[in-house]
Write a protein that binds this ligand. Structure first.
Ligand SMILES: NC(=O)c1ccc[n+]([C@@H]2O[C@H](COP(=O)([O-])OP(=O)(O)OC[C@H]3O[C@@H](n4cnc5c(N)ncnc54)[C@H](O)[C@@H]3O)[C@@H](O)[C@H]2O)c1
Length: 364
């Protein structure tokens, strides 16, 4: 029996999240999470931060991403398996938790696969708002898989992108993206190669999945004034940019110690200059300084963004009354009597098989 004095855990599963995003609207979720992320990055020094813990295999990675401030602890479980589509599974799957720092009680257990796509797009667009030219209207989108629609819509709403040039080695992925974006106020052009898509674009988003040192973008493709939003190079041994692209650009990162080993800058010496994006958002470092500068957001995904997204979804769920309360933690009447939750009341004790047989024999 649940006892109401004990804090229960709010459970938001996939069906809850789908209902929540449909009711609130995807643009409102992207914008709302972007606002939360920006506000949380601005109070960077209030967070207890660490690089994520990764377990690598030959085909992928499974990661735990913790972070805390004075009141809430958050973590995300997330994987990255680029060949998962062969098993009918997404490349990226995630769930996460928010807990009270004061007691350690878990308060939210939530899906984070859909939410990760929304928060990653919100983060990318937030960085581009500071780093791309303000007249940017055309974006090349290289890699048209699960994350791509969210990236497109976040850049439409937060950056003002109106035209997309698309390329994926899988033509079916691009056709899916074109179909999903129909009627969304974005002109889409399918291109024959990355080079063709990138030519003349103001912003280039790379969001491919390949567990390799790929070179999606080479120096010859880069034009003065471009902003590059590099999302898919996010793990040791998994990169998207030729090192010459980074060397010729101003590079911005999330949490420098994590990005040094996981981002595209893993290819460069450990003293290669980078700027943490929180400094730009807090106004203590410049973003773009001139129209010809090439900027790179070397995104790998940082736990703070999941903290922000989980907090947003919890509050939105409360607004719409969505979610279930679950007994994730045992709730004994006496907190020291955990054993007591196993105690069976005498009058309700089941008859042992031996006693049952003896009584049956007596009746015969
Ligand atoms: N930085 C972050 O915060 C963050 C968050 C989520 C996902 N990611 C990363 O983003 C990437 C994409 O994730 P997803 O969920 O969309 O994966 P996905 O597998 O659904 O889509 C990836 C697409 O990239 C395409 N692709 C692979 N190699 C390519 C190449 N050389 N040129 C063009 N296209 C190519 C694939 O055909 C596929 O359609 C992954 O690498 C993932 O790890 C990063």
């Amino acid at each position: 029996m649940l006892q109401s004095r004990f804090p229960k855990t709010l459970y938001l599963g996939t069906a809850h999240l789908i209902e929540l995003v449909r009711r609130k609207g995807l643009p409102a979720c992207i914008a709302g999470i972007a606002r939360r992320i920006e506000a949380d990055y601005r109070r960077w020094n209030e967070f207890d931060k660490s690089s994520r813990l990764a377990s690598h295999s030959g085909v992928g990675v499974i990661e735990l991403m913790p972070i805390a401030d004075a009141s809430q602890f958050a973590f995300k479980y997330v994987n990255g398996h680029p060949t998962n589509h062969r098993h009918g599974l997404p490349t990226v799957m995630a769930f996460g938790v928010l807990a009270d720092v004061a007691t350690g009680a878990p308060r939210l257990l939530s899906e984070l696969t859909l939410t990760t796509a929304i928060r990653t797009a919100a983060m990318s667009a937030l960085a581009a708002r500071e780093l791309a030219r303000s007249d940017s209207r055309c974006m090349a989108l290289i890699g048209n898989g699960a994350q791509s629609e969210f990236q497109a819509l976040a850049f439409r709403d937060l950056v003002g992108i109106r035209e997309l040039r698309l390329f994926d080695i899988d033509g079916a992925a691009t056709a899916k993206l074109v179909s999903n974006l129909a009627g969304q106020g974005l002109r889409t052009r399918v291109c024959a190669s990355t080079a063709a898509a990138v030519q003349g674009a103001d912003i280039v988003t790379t969001v491919t999945a390949d567990k390799a040192h790929a070179t999606i973008l080479t120096p010859a493709m880069i034009e003065p004034g471009m902003h590059i939003n590099a999302v898919g190079g996010d793990c040791p041994g998994k990169t998207e940019l030729h090192c010459g692209v980074l060397e010729a650009a101003s590079v911005f990162v999330e949490f420098e110690p994590q990005t040094r080993s996981e981002g595209d800058i893993q290819q460069l010496p450990s003293d290669f200059p980078v700027t943490e994006i929180w400094r730009v958002l807090a106004g203590s470092a410049p973003g773009r300084v001139d129209a010809k500068q090439v900027t790179v957001f070397d995104s790998v995904g940082f736990a703070l963004e999941d903290y922000s997204a989980l907090s947003f979804m919890r509050d939105a769920a409360a607004e719409y009354g969505i979610g279930d309360l679950v007994d994730l933690v045992p709730q004994p009447a006496d907190p020291k009597d955990l054993f007591g939750v196993l105690r069976v009341e005498p009058e309700r004790a089941p008859t042992s098989p031996r006693a049952h047989m003896r009584r049956a024999a007596e009746r015969m």
